[in-house]
Design a protein around this ligand. Sequence first.
Ligand code: PNS
Length: 159
Amino acid sequence: MTKRGITPGTFDPITYGHVDVIARASQIFDEVVVAVAASPGKGPMFSLDERVALAEEAVKDMPNVKVMPFTGLLVDFAQEVDAQFVVKGLRATTDFEYEFQMTAVNYELSPKLETVFIMSPPRYMYLSSSIVREVASLKGDVSKFVQPHVERALQEKFA
Ligand code: PNS
Protein backbone atom coordinates (compact mmCIF):
# COMPACT_ATOMS: atom_id res chain seq x y z
CA MET A 1 0.00 0.00 0.00
CA THR A 2 1.30 3.45 -0.91
CA LYS A 3 1.84 5.47 2.25
CA ARG A 4 0.47 8.88 1.33
CA GLY A 5 0.49 12.01 3.49
CA ILE A 6 -1.06 15.39 2.89
CA THR A 7 0.48 18.61 4.17
CA PRO A 8 -2.42 21.07 4.27
CA GLY A 9 -2.26 24.81 4.67
CA THR A 10 -3.23 28.15 3.23
CA PHE A 11 0.34 28.81 2.02
CA ASP A 12 -0.17 32.56 1.63
CA PRO A 13 2.64 32.37 0.58
CA ILE A 14 4.74 29.23 1.03
CA THR A 15 7.77 29.86 3.30
CA TYR A 16 11.02 28.02 4.03
CA GLY A 17 9.25 26.70 7.15
CA HIS A 18 6.60 25.00 5.00
CA VAL A 19 9.21 23.68 2.58
CA ASP A 20 11.17 22.20 5.49
CA VAL A 21 8.13 20.27 6.75
CA ILE A 22 7.23 19.08 3.24
CA ALA A 23 10.81 17.95 2.56
CA ARG A 24 10.91 15.98 5.79
CA ALA A 25 7.48 14.46 5.13
CA SER A 26 8.72 13.40 1.69
CA GLN A 27 11.46 11.35 3.40
CA ILE A 28 8.90 9.56 5.57
CA PHE A 29 6.04 8.92 3.14
CA ASP A 30 5.97 7.33 -0.31
CA GLU A 31 3.97 10.27 -1.64
CA VAL A 32 3.15 13.69 -0.28
CA VAL A 33 0.34 15.91 -1.49
CA VAL A 34 0.68 19.57 -0.59
CA ALA A 35 -2.98 20.52 -0.11
CA VAL A 36 -3.49 24.23 -0.69
CA ALA A 37 -6.73 25.28 1.02
CA ALA A 38 -8.91 27.95 -0.55
CA SER A 39 -9.41 29.36 3.00
CA PRO A 40 -11.83 32.11 1.89
CA GLY A 41 -12.46 33.00 5.53
CA LYS A 42 -8.81 34.06 5.87
CA GLY A 43 -9.03 36.48 2.93
CA PRO A 44 -5.73 35.31 1.42
CA MET A 45 -3.54 37.88 -0.30
CA PHE A 46 -2.54 35.52 -3.13
CA SER A 47 -5.26 33.84 -5.17
CA LEU A 48 -5.62 30.07 -4.90
CA ASP A 49 -4.01 29.66 -8.35
CA GLU A 50 -1.09 31.88 -7.35
CA ARG A 51 -0.55 29.99 -4.09
CA VAL A 52 -0.59 26.66 -5.94
CA ALA A 53 1.88 27.95 -8.56
CA LEU A 54 4.25 29.29 -5.88
CA ALA A 55 4.08 25.99 -3.98
CA GLU A 56 4.65 23.96 -7.17
CA GLU A 57 7.80 25.90 -7.93
CA ALA A 58 8.94 25.54 -4.30
CA VAL A 59 8.77 21.72 -4.33
CA LYS A 60 9.74 21.09 -7.95
CA ASP A 61 12.90 19.18 -6.93
CA MET A 62 10.98 16.73 -4.72
CA PRO A 63 9.90 13.90 -7.04
CA ASN A 64 7.37 12.30 -4.69
CA VAL A 65 5.59 15.57 -3.87
CA LYS A 66 2.70 17.12 -5.77
CA VAL A 67 0.60 20.20 -5.12
CA MET A 68 -3.20 20.30 -5.32
CA PRO A 69 -5.80 22.91 -4.39
CA PHE A 70 -8.83 22.01 -2.28
CA THR A 71 -11.97 23.87 -1.30
CA GLY A 72 -13.97 21.66 1.04
CA LEU A 73 -13.20 19.72 4.18
CA LEU A 74 -9.69 18.41 4.67
CA VAL A 75 -10.97 14.95 5.59
CA ASP A 76 -12.92 14.76 2.30
CA PHE A 77 -9.88 15.84 0.33
CA ALA A 78 -7.78 13.21 2.13
CA GLN A 79 -10.27 10.56 1.08
CA GLU A 80 -10.32 11.88 -2.51
CA VAL A 81 -6.54 11.50 -2.86
CA ASP A 82 -6.46 8.30 -0.79
CA ALA A 83 -4.17 9.70 1.92
CA GLN A 84 -3.93 7.96 5.28
CA PHE A 85 -1.98 10.74 7.02
CA VAL A 86 -2.19 14.46 7.59
CA VAL A 87 1.23 15.98 8.28
CA LYS A 88 1.43 19.31 10.09
CA GLY A 89 4.37 21.40 11.16
CA LEU A 90 4.44 22.43 14.80
CA ARG A 91 6.22 25.65 15.60
CA ALA A 92 6.13 27.49 18.93
CA THR A 93 3.71 26.43 21.65
CA THR A 94 1.26 29.06 20.35
CA ASP A 95 0.40 26.63 17.53
CA PHE A 96 -0.55 23.89 19.88
CA GLU A 97 -4.09 24.88 20.89
CA TYR A 98 -5.18 25.51 17.31
CA GLU A 99 -3.56 22.34 15.98
CA PHE A 100 -5.00 20.33 18.86
CA GLN A 101 -8.49 21.60 18.01
CA MET A 102 -8.16 20.87 14.28
CA THR A 103 -6.78 17.40 14.96
CA ALA A 104 -9.63 16.64 17.37
CA VAL A 105 -12.27 17.81 14.87
CA ASN A 106 -10.68 15.88 12.01
CA TYR A 107 -10.52 12.80 14.21
CA GLU A 108 -14.26 13.04 14.93
CA LEU A 109 -14.97 13.47 11.21
CA SER A 110 -12.65 10.71 10.05
CA PRO A 111 -11.12 8.53 12.80
CA LYS A 112 -8.95 6.52 10.42
CA LEU A 113 -7.13 9.59 9.17
CA GLU A 114 -4.01 9.91 11.31
CA THR A 115 -2.51 13.35 12.00
CA VAL A 116 1.22 13.47 12.66
CA PHE A 117 3.34 16.46 13.61
CA ILE A 118 6.82 17.45 12.57
CA MET A 119 8.53 19.95 14.85
CA SER A 120 9.97 22.97 13.10
CA PRO A 121 13.71 23.51 13.58
CA PRO A 122 14.58 26.54 15.78
CA ARG A 123 15.27 28.87 12.85
CA TYR A 124 11.71 28.45 11.56
CA MET A 125 9.94 28.36 14.94
CA TYR A 126 8.59 31.88 14.63
CA LEU A 127 8.23 32.04 10.87
CA SER A 128 4.74 32.46 9.45
CA SER A 129 3.24 33.59 6.17
CA SER A 130 1.57 36.52 7.93
CA ILE A 131 4.85 37.83 9.34
CA VAL A 132 6.47 37.45 5.91
CA ARG A 133 3.61 39.42 4.30
CA GLU A 134 4.01 42.15 6.89
CA VAL A 135 7.79 42.45 6.43
CA ALA A 136 7.38 42.44 2.63
CA SER A 137 4.62 45.06 2.77
CA LEU A 138 7.04 47.35 4.62
CA LYS A 139 9.72 46.69 1.98
CA GLY A 140 11.82 44.56 4.35
CA ASP A 141 14.17 41.79 3.23
CA VAL A 142 12.37 38.44 3.26
CA SER A 143 15.09 36.44 1.51
CA LYS A 144 15.81 34.45 4.69
CA PHE A 145 12.17 33.40 4.94
CA VAL A 146 11.04 32.54 1.40
CA GLN A 147 12.51 31.24 -1.83
CA PRO A 148 13.53 33.81 -4.49
CA HIS A 149 10.46 33.24 -6.69
CA VAL A 150 8.19 33.89 -3.68
CA GLU A 151 10.18 36.99 -2.81
CA ARG A 152 9.62 38.27 -6.36
CA ALA A 153 5.89 37.54 -6.14
CA LEU A 154 5.70 39.48 -2.85
CA GLN A 155 7.60 42.41 -4.35
CA GLU A 156 5.16 42.48 -7.27
CA LYS A 157 2.17 42.43 -4.91
CA PHE A 158 3.52 45.35 -2.91
CA ALA A 159 4.97 47.33 -5.83
O1 PNS B 1 -2.00 27.29 7.04
P1 PNS B 1 -3.28 27.28 7.84
O2 PNS B 1 -4.17 28.42 7.39
O3 PNS B 1 -3.04 27.31 9.32
O4 PNS B 1 -4.01 25.89 7.51
C1 PNS B 1 -5.27 25.61 8.07
C2 PNS B 1 -5.97 24.51 7.24
C3 PNS B 1 -6.10 24.93 5.80
C4 PNS B 1 -5.17 23.24 7.34
C5 PNS B 1 -7.38 24.29 7.89
O5 PNS B 1 -8.03 25.51 7.97
C6 PNS B 1 -8.23 23.30 7.11
O6 PNS B 1 -8.02 22.12 7.21
N1 PNS B 1 -9.18 23.83 6.30
C7 PNS B 1 -10.07 23.02 5.51
C8 PNS B 1 -11.50 23.06 6.07
C9 PNS B 1 -11.68 22.04 7.17
O7 PNS B 1 -11.50 20.85 6.96
N2 PNS B 1 -12.08 22.49 8.39
C10 PNS B 1 -12.36 21.62 9.50
C11 PNS B 1 -11.13 21.14 10.23
S1 PNS B 1 -10.36 22.39 11.15
